[in-house]
Design a protein around this ligand. Sequence first.
Ligand code: FES
Length: 132
Amino acid sequence: MEYSETIDEILDHYRNPRNYGELADATVRAKDSNPLCGDVIEMFLKVDGGKIVDVRFRGKGCAISQASASMLTERLKGMTLEEARSLDRNYVLDMLGVNLSPVRVKCATLSLKVMKVGVYSYLGSSVKDLEV
Ligand code: FES
């Protein structure tokens, strides 16, 4: 994909976020903010048989943080919890497809961090083992 198309895709996800909202029957819920700006992401996952069968997010923040969350929710549906837990920052940066400064990387990985905190605590792993 051309660089300009990836920027268009990011802006489209920002303006028309996919899977936006709350899941009343969520199995996993987690919320966190970017310490640099205070912007927030909250994620809701519905888990069945070890698989993510539905997902929603809500939040407020910059185009990168919100588009990243929207794109991530599209990919999470159908993944196992183990697959979701093993995603790393490179996965998110490849998904976005643009070069980001270190400050913007925090924006891009906020939804990943929130999802992983939720999945780790659901699976009973220690959050201090968490690497994003
Ligand atoms: Fe706040 Fe990007 S500026 S998450």
